[in-house]
Design a protein around this ligand. Structure first.
Ligand code: 5FX
Length: 542
């Protein structure tokens, strides 16, 4: 007999990930083995929404949105594909999910009743088209809210105060500042909103058949929640828009069960009507769970559309200059710290195009032609306005060994300058918010590139591991589904590590070279000084 709270091997736990470019699903069984994976790509599978990389970018380059109905259509398509593949929906004991952080969805007064009365004969897209107060959802790539950020900091007593309360100083993409802009630019849309959801709580609401709560980890990315009290900051709400608390609803810990799955999914796909829906969270908090970062010093670097570095912390020490502190999604008393670069994969891909480097193996070969430290050449590659360090405009700034600005570098110097710069910046800014790795876990598309991982190991001077599982946010959501299910079955909070005892180990991908690491240690102060100069240059051009 299995003990209460111990999953059986024939039970499934499903994790969804609604990211910038795709909707994915990963199923694990009760022994944590991945049994199935599915993906819907927004650009390719839903071309009628005319997105590029899943988004629409306004001509000013600052406003970035996605159509929320596309996310609904993606869920229809994903579940239809799973059904066509005979996925065993009936065996799913619990599901949870992940959403790109910060994005907001504005639901009008018809939404709640529509969600509660979904017709299983019809796709979701056909039933929910008119339940939005705004058909373009601002997402994390949006950097149009500088005025709202400064106003929030002024109202609350400065950047340090906002960081101390909410975990981060005011950032353009953080949801509160986005809501403030919607309220100011389009008061009718704000007025028509009955519920303002994050991408994570919106996707959860579809599956719950009603409004699902925002969890405290994803809620930490809004500049509206007190990360210690785990509740909204009244002064921040007041500064943002009127009657906001009612539109946001109450926050919930991420491990809590929000309810059973909506009848729609039980009838249309044969989910067990008792299947538990564990509160959804943000992609970075889910990745923390997916990568099983339990000890301080276990730090992940996710190399994707954005590059992020994050790890668990016991005590938060937010900085007004960089990085974010979020509530930990698997330890409601704990925290996680994170540094984000907006210019990740797209910037690496642009370097490939700019230098006519045909392939990633050719990129690796070029990288091998220059030594660690790049003979003193350093570059800053802000394809878009950067998040860390914050800039108001994009721009590329190259400096030679004598600190003189260079218009360009030869291809082999440029690719090294780019990769070294991305990792030196993570190291510099991560250290400021307590992220000091004993080891690194690399994930995301670029983590398949061994030459890039070797630079990462050398910059930080620690071994770099790689999980076989690339989709850490979807996997983390599946792990969290299991965790939430175990907590509910046990009628008590069970530590994540205890619930996930069987989790797989990671494989060593790169070890640091002492000499190379010494070169980067020597370079860091100069890098920090030149970074300040690059930020000034970018802002001067803004
Ligand atoms: C985190 O703060 C970010 O803005 C990004 O990593 C998004 O979460 C990507 F979805």
């Amino acid at each position: 007999m299995t003990a209460i709270g111990t999953p059986r091997s024939d039970q499934l736990f499903l994790g969804l990930d609604s990211s910038t470019q795709s909707l994915k699903a990963i199923a694990i069984d009760g022994t944590l083995r991945v049994t199935a994976e599915y993906t819907v790509s927004f650009d390719e599978d839903l071309p009628e929404y005319e997105t590029k990389g899943g988004v629409h970018i306004a001509p000013d380059g600052l406003r970035v949105t996605s159509p929320p109905l596309m996310w609904v259509a993606a869920l229809d398509l994903l579940l239809a594909r799973m059904q066509a593949d005979n996925f065993a929906f009936a065996d799913v004991a619990a599901l949870s999910g992940s959403g790109q952080q910060h994005g907001s969805v504005y639901l009008n007064r018809t939404a709640r009743s529509r969600l509660q009365a979904l017709d299983p004969e019809q796709p979701l897209r056909d039933q929910l088209g008119d339940c939005f107060a705004l058909d373009a959802s601002p997402i994390w790539m949006d950097s149009s809210t500088t005025a709202q950020c400064r106003a929030l900091e002024a109202a609350l007593g400065g950047a340090q105060r906002v960081a101390d309360l909410t975990g981060s100083r005011a950032y353009e993409r953080f949801t509160g500042n986005q809501i403030a802009k919607i309220y100011q630019d389009n008061p009718a849309a704000y007025e028509a909103s009955d519920r303002i959801a994050l991408v994570s709580s919106f996707m959860a609401s579809l599956l719950l058949g009603g409004y699902a709560p925002i969890d405290t980890a994803d809620g930490s990315g809004m500049n509206l929640m007190d990360i210690r009290r785990k509740d909204w900051v009244p002064a921040a709400l007041d500064q943002t828009a009127p009657d906001l608390a009612a539109r946001l609803g109450a926050v919930s810990p991420a491990h809590a069960v929000a309810g059973p799955i909506a009848g729609y999914f039980a009838k249309r796909y044969a989910f067990d009507p008792a299947c538990r829906l564990v509160t959804f969270s943000g992609d970075n908090p889910n990745s923390l769970a997916g990568l099983l970062l339990r000890r301080a010093g276990d730090i992940a670097v996710s190399l994707g559309t954005s590059d992020t570095m994050f790890g668990a912390l016991r005590a938060p020490s937010p900085s007004p200059d960089e990085g974010h502190i979020f509530v930990n999604p698997v330890d409601p008393e704990g925290y996680m710290a994170m540094v984000v670069h907006k210019n990740g994969s797209l910037t690496r891909e642009q370097a490939l195009g700019r230098h006519k480097i045909g392939s990633w193996p050719a990129f690796e070969k070029l990288l091998a032609q220059t030594p660690p430290g790049n003979n003193g050449n350093i570059g800053f590659y802000f394809t878009d306005p950067e998040i860390t360090p914050p800039t108001h405009a994009g721009g590329t700034f190259r400096f030679d060994r004598a600190d003189a600005q260079a218009a360009d570098f030869p291809a082999e110097t440029d690719v090294r300058a780019l990769i070294e710069s991305q990792f030196l910046s993570l190291r510099l800014h991560g250290e400021h918010i307590g992220l000091e790795p004993g080891m690194l876990l690399a994930t995301g598309g670029a983590s398949e590139n061994m030459a890039i991982l070797s630079v990462l190991a050398n910059v930080f001077g620690v071994p770099v591991y790689r999980g076989d599982q690339k989709n850490s946010a979807a996997l983390g959501a599946a792990y969290r589904a299991l965790h939430g299910w175990v907590c509910e079955q046990s009628a008590a909070f069970v530590p994540f590590a205890d619930a996930l005892g069987n989790a797989p180990a990671f494989s060593l991908a790169a070890e640091p070279d002492t000499q190379a690491h010494a070169a980067y240690n020597k370079m860091l102060d100069r890098y920090a000084r030149l970074e300040k100069q690059a930020v000034e240059l970018a802002n001067r051009d803004a």
